[in-house]
Ligand binder design. Structure first.
Ligand code: GDP
Ligand code: MG
Length: 215
């Protein structure tokens, strides 16, 4: 009983801070996205592909979360965009308090804020970070049943990116089945198919981000 109470209070505090962040992003006309996936699905690789594809038409900042190491911040920083690494020291998700601290250390003159969550399909889906949209990535190497096994993150997301489509010839997973499973959980998902190796689908995903930043 007491565990449930603690958890509820924790989420209430998180939602309050996330609400404040969302209000600030709206007032400043910043489109914030929260990218969620299993470890290794290609979150950082997609960000590395999206930023050059934006062609410097938008001002972008990135907050990236990991259990350990600042490897991802180094990869993204190499592209010349402001980036803050949150090291959670074992925590399996970002929360709004961590994101607020990271956000307050960044220059706020941006159009697009990309938040790369910790690699995990379960815990990040329950923590609102003040984003306008959650983007869930399902790579082709994960089989095709993850939307059925981890429905909450697919239900709470606006966009599904099916990444690593270049590997399809070598795998027995099917994009059609991934889409069917994801849409059975959330029929409103916008779906993109991408490869960070061939670059296929990156421009379409970038256009979606641009259109939402200009709204
Ligand atoms: N073949 C292939 N490999 C990819 C693709 N996207 C990412 N990878 C590889 O997958 C591994 C994990 O990618 P990373 O971006 O670090 O994943 P993250 O943990 O979700 O941030 C790296 O070795 C990437 O080079 C893709 O579209 N195709
Ligand atoms: Mg990463």
């Amino acid at each position: 009983m007491s565990v449930i109470t603690v958890e509820r209070k924790l989420l209430e505090k998180n939602d309050f801070i996330a609400g404040e962040l969302r209000k600030e992003f709206l007032e400043r006309n910043i489109f914030a996205v929260n990218i969620i996936s299993s470890p290794g699905s290609g979150k950082t690789s997609l960000i590395e592909n999206i930023i050059p594809s934006l062609n410097y038409k938008l001002k972008v900042s990135v907050i990236t979360g990991d259990l350990q190491t600042d490897n991802d911040a180094q990869r993204i920083g190499a592209l010349g965009v402001p980036v803050v690494q949150i090291i959670t020291n074992g925590a399996c998700h970002l929360d709004a308090n961590l994101v607020r601290d990271a956000w307050n250390s960044l220059n706020k003159d941006v159009n697009l804020l990309i938040i790369e969550n910790v690699g995990n399909l379960v815990c990040p889906s329950g923590f609102d970070l003040g984003e306008a949209a959650k983007i869930v990535i399902h790579s082709t190497t994960e089989g095709d049943d993850k939307p059925l096994k981890y429905p909450q993150v697919f239900r709470n997301s606006s966009v599904l990116v099916i990444n690593k489509i270049d590997l399809l010839p070598y795998l027995n997973s099917s994009v059609d089945i991934i889409m069917e499973n994801a849409l059975s959980v959330n029929p409103h998902l916008d779906i993109f198919q991408t490869s960070c190796v061939s670059g296929k689908g990156i421009d379409e995903l970038t256009s979606w981000l641009q259109q939402n930043c200009l709204k």
